[in-house]
Design a protein around this ligand. Sequence first.
Ligand code: ADP
Ligand code: MG
Length: 257
Amino acid sequence: MTNTGGGAVLDLAGIVKGFGGGAVLDGIDLTVPRGQFVALVGPSGAGKSTLLRLVNGMHLPDRGTVRTLGADPAGCSRRELRALRARVGFVFQQFGLVGRLSALENVLMGALATLRWPRYGVMTYPRALRERAVEQLDRVGLADKRFQRCDTLSGGQQQRVAVARTLLQSPELILADEPVASLDPAASVLVLDTLKRISAEDGISVVCSLHQIDLALSTADRVVALRSGRIVLDEPAAALSEERLRAVYRKAGARAD
Ligand code: ADP
Ligand code: MG
């Protein structure tokens, strides 16, 4: 795995991907410079999740090349892929937490990508790591909830725990697949603001798929719109009006909320 770095954390060139039927992604070119927060918008089925999965090697492209943090997942050994994934955080719509474990234990699981053996219970983790985990919970505003079971937290709180867990990996890139799709509007704003603030503080690039146009515009540096596996719009959020972005959505036949 060579790390040629450059300015880009992510470089997709000529990506075509299908699952036996037609192309789900059909000629994607996308370069993300270090530190940028990209919102990936588009209707259901546009190919957002597939694109995000290509970035960390969960899918491999049929054609084209992926370079993630200088590495091509298709050319990585299993060990190299593991190392690459440790540098790429992933946040899911459904949080992916273990409900019966505490917030702190869930955050500590973010270290499993780099620790060589599984741990059972907070006290079996090294003290420095425990302190870092509490620090990350503090950054998402949940240090006081660290001993609370995750299944007793609100959806928004759980997603912030998931963000803290990802931060424990010290990722260079965070992929978030509709992280606020199951949250109410207020919680959505809080989760996205938290992700935005912390990624700016740490210089982490983010590619975040979102259904809500207004949230994409208010959060991201750049908005990329997908439709039927193609990029139909790619512009700085500041230069983009909500009206124009909605028009792209309407053309796609999606709900324009
Ligand atoms: P989005 O995240 O924008 O809703 P997806 O990337 O999940 O879109 O899906 C795009 C298309 O690819 C959909 O038609 C979906 O059914 C199809 N698809 C996604 N993953 C798979 C898979 N593993 N096997 C077969 N079809 C898939
Ligand atoms: Mg999806």
